[in-house]
Every structure is written in C-alpha cells, then in structure tokens.
Design a protein around this ligand. Sequence first.
Ligand code: 3PG
Length: 408
Amino acid sequence: MKEYNTLDDVDVTQKIVLLRVDFNMPLDKKTLTILDTTRIKRALPTIKELIENQAKTVIIAHQGRQGSWDFTNLHQHAQALEKLLAKPVQTVDDLHGKEAQAAIKNLKLGEVLLLDNVRKLDGETEKKSATEHAQSPLVQHLYPLADLFVNDAFAAAHRPQCSLIGFTAVLPSCAGRLLESELETLGKVVKQPLKPSVFLFGGAKFSDVVITIERLLDNNTADKIILTGLPANAFLKAQGINLGQKNEEILSKEGSPEQYKEIKRLLNKYSQNIYLPTDFAIEDNDQRDEITTEELPSNKTLYDIGTQTIKQFKQVIDDAKTVFLSGPCGVFENPLFMEGTKELFNFVANSGAFTIVGGGHTVAAVEQLGLDDKMSHISTGGGSLEKFMMGEKLPVVEALKAAKKRMK
Ligand code: 3PG
C-alpha cells in the first residue's frame, strides 16, 4: 500500500480533473522551438486514461522561469500534445481569471484544456506550505470548479510551489501514472545502488549541484563524481582558475561568492572523488579547437570538454555498475561541440552498468544520439531526480501523502 493515492485509488469517470504536469521543455535558444517532446510523451498515459474515462482534463504546466530566455507561453506545447493525442487540445491565455474559468466550465466530457504558463503568476514560485498556497488566487478560483487534483509532475516534485502542492490541501488528490512509475523505479535504485556508482553532472545550471554532490558522497550513494559543463567551470573557478571574461560572466549569472567558498570546502573534503576536465573545446574560425586548463584564461567560450578529458573520464566510468547522467557535457546542439556528450554517453550506454538518465537536455541528447533503448531508466526529472537520489523528501510527494491522510 502506497503512502499516497494513485489513479487506482480514485474514480475519475466524468470528473473535472486539474492535472499538473511538467512540460518544461528544452527549447532552441535562437528559434525558441521545442527541441524534444519526451516530457509530453511521458505524460500521455495519464492524459489518455483521463480521456478514456470521459474526464474533463484541465492541464496546468510551466515553461522556464520569469526573466529567463526560455520563459514562453504554452502554445507550441498544446500543438505538440494535440499531435501526440491525435485530438484537439484547447488553450486559454489565462490561469484563473474569467477566461480560464469560462473555458473550464465550457469543457465537455473527454475534452482537454491547457492553461497558460503558470509561472506567469507572481506567487507561483514562493516557497510555502500546501495550506498557505491554498489561499492563493489560483487555488481559490480553480478548486471550486474541479473534483480532483492529479499531480504527474515528477520533474518539478522538488519545488514546493503553488500549483504543485496548493490544491492538495483542498481537493482529493493523487499521483498520475508517470509520477507513480518514477517513484517506484528510482526508489529501488536509491535503496540498493549497484557499486561502484558514478554520477556525471553537466549542463548549464549549477546552483543545486553543490549540495547534491556533497549529500551523494556523504550518503555513499555515489562513489565518484564527474563534472562537465557549467558545474565543472564553477568548480574550476572555485579552485582559483581564471576562466576568462566571457566564461566568468556566464558563471556570474548563477554563482555567488558564498557558493564558491562552499565548492572549495567540498573540493577539499572530497578531492579524491571529484573529477574535473583538463581540457576544453572552443570555437576558432567556425572550427572546433581545444585548449588545456593551463592555457586558461581564454577570451573564447568553453563549449565542450576536450579529447584528453573524454579519455580520462572513460577510465573513471570503466568499472561502474551504476551510472547517473544529469546534464550534457557541452553545447551538444551544435555539431562542433557534441563530441564530449556523444563519446561519454555512448560509452555509458554500452558499459553494461545500470544507467539512469535525467534532465530535459540530457534526455534530448540521449534521444538525438539514438541511445534511449540502451539506457536502463530515462527519468523526466532533473533537479527532482537529484534530490530523490540523494534521499531528500520531495514536497510534491509529501503533499500527496498528507492529502491521502486527510482524505481518509
Ligand atoms: C525542471 O525542468 O527541472 C523542472 O521543470 C523544474 O524547473 P525549475 O528548475 O525552473 O524549477
């Protein structure tokens, strides 16, 4: 018996269901078009189950963060969903106002409506309890119109945000099929990881990575940590390496002086377990060129790990029984800089280890490389997956557990 309800525990037939999904997509930076629809595909079992049971499905989702370049409306998400469902998906550029309320009231049995990007609401990302969030205009205006709240947003399960937990305080609530299956599969890996285990972190975010790494090493969940992308740059900077103005500028958008102190402390504590790149790829006259760490600072952006690093990291991964991939090793969207990601992801896919892949860009890279069938578990989570792997409680799951107790 699970501590939270699933779709098996509730009757959705002809009900008005508020469904929170994670449709936060990797977008092309120039065109802002969706690069990969994995997260939408993975939400389909829940959406199809609701449609088959003639529920009226009201989908709530987010894309990007206020102020970020990938903060867009959800029109193309609706189009992608429509295509995958082979069924119309209604949209409304509103969240809880008159237009949204009318659209919900006008829904017919089996129809699907996607509301606007929920992060347009100022209070959405505030860290509050479910009961506090339940007082928000979003919850207060929408919950009287609905019968049930279903949360299928595993990828955002680490965020105690309004649309993710607020409804659980006032509506019967349960986990969708995706959230349920992620928690089941990953729960087994966290309890008994096959050793040695290597965790590879890359990509373009690093604020949450520092605490994740320390916890994974403290808990003995991870034996070795490999860093690429922005996390690697941050760790090199913390070691006192000057990366060059452009690279430092990119880092300064994410990192604070306190964070670099923390990284330094972590590096001293676990100097034997953390592996950093020793060379990088840069662009020179539209060609890939490589430079070593000794050649830094560079006035060019570091776009990928270099050949020497790829070789060294393969040796680190060689005897691993569990490998966790979170974040590509470079700007893999550009063929000049996909080398690191291609080489290491291929190596991992063919290593025979239990492989877990997480994060929108990581999954997109795995799909692009045609490696999806070779990975053991492709998670839709990035940050949430990391938190789960390090043994942290996920606010979304805790809220669903509380809702189950309340429903009893
Ligand atoms: C993700 O993509 O990791 C989730 O959608 C959460 O996004 P966030 O980091 O902007 O909260």
